[in-house]
Design a protein around this ligand. Structure first.
Ligand SMILES: Nc1ncnc2c1ncn2[C@@H]1O[C@H](COP(=O)(O)OP(=O)(O)OP(=O)(O)O)[C@@H](O)[C@H]1O
Length: 244
């Protein structure tokens, strides 16, 4: 859609307001009473123990799951109405059985037609220019993830969601992806990412949202969260003391 004009323009998907969200999976609520308001641009990192509901929350934001109760608004838009302004990168990238370049062209047909050079630049930005004509599914895991990010960034989304997108990547790929995410954030895209990696969260986060047991336990500026987490649960999580 390319609705971002510049970092100085207000982001049309802010504020993000989540009210009384409840999501049932199987026979239990995996999200319950979730209330969250994100006003600020920049990078929000969602942290929390395994099974806390981080992925489910991200999927609700992206419209992949409809919550059983509650409301999400992004600026003046519903989730459905905001879909074209959003992009999401998953832990395991979903790519078409086509070449790397064709995957980008398929995702952004208008750009492919009017400015095909931008597709090559997108591949260059993730160090995949020499893989343009290789079947995307033959790329390594890290290469696939870089391609998925290039695809997500092509549309200059107003909201970029990343679910443990760097979980299994080598350090160079992690840093490359982080630098692209930071640059995109500086261009005005609101970024919400799920990560267990405390070092990564310290490098990227402006604020932390900590989820525990399907509820928001804490929302704090990153510096404050890491030096003085408000809840015993967050403190135990950061210390690696939560047992499952
Ligand atoms: N289809 C499903 N049926 C039943 N339970 C589900 C289903 N999908 C997810 N869940 C449960 O919902 C809970 C939240 O899952 P979610 O994937 O959001 O956790 P998470 O915080 O992202 O965890 P992790 O850090 O392990 O990725 C988990 O307990 C999970 O078992």
């Amino acid at each position: 859609m390319n609705t971002l004009q510049s970092a100085n323009m207000p982001n049309l998907l802010l504020p993000i307001i989540i009210s009384d969200l409840r999501l049932i999976k199987g026979d239990r609520a995996v999200l319950q009473g979730v209330n969250l308001r994100i006003d600020e641009p920049g990078i929000t990192v969602i942290m929390g123990p395994n099974g806390a509901g981080k992925t489910m929350l991200l999927r609700c934001l992206h419209g992949l799951i409809t919550p059983d109760e509650g409301l999400i608004t992004l600026g003046s838009l519903t989730v459905a109405a905001s879909r074209d302004e959003q992009a999401m990168v998953f832990q395991h990238p979903v790519l078409l059985r086509r070449t790397a370049l064709q995957n980008l062209a398929f995702a952004a047909p208008r750009i492919a037609k009017t400015a095909p050079r931008r597709l090559i630049q997108a591949l260059e930005s993730v160090n995949l220019a020499d893989r343009a004509d290789q079947p995307a599914r033959m790329l390594s895991g890290g290469e696939q993830q870089r391609l998925a990010l290039a695809r997500a960034l092509l549309s200059e989304p107003a909201l970029l969601l990343l679910d443990e997108a760097t979980a299994s990547l080598d350090p160079a790929s992690v840093l490359l992806i982080e630098s692209l995410v930071k640059a995109q954030s500086a261009r005005g895209t609101k970024v919400i990412l799920v990560s267990h990696d405390q070092s990564q969260a310290r490098r990227l986060a402006d604020e932390i949202v900590f989820i525990s047991n399907g509820q928001i336990a804490e929302q704090s500026p990153a510096g404050q969260f890491f030096t003085a987490p408000k809840t015993p649960m967050a403190k135990a999580y950061l210390a690696g003391e939560i047992l499952f």
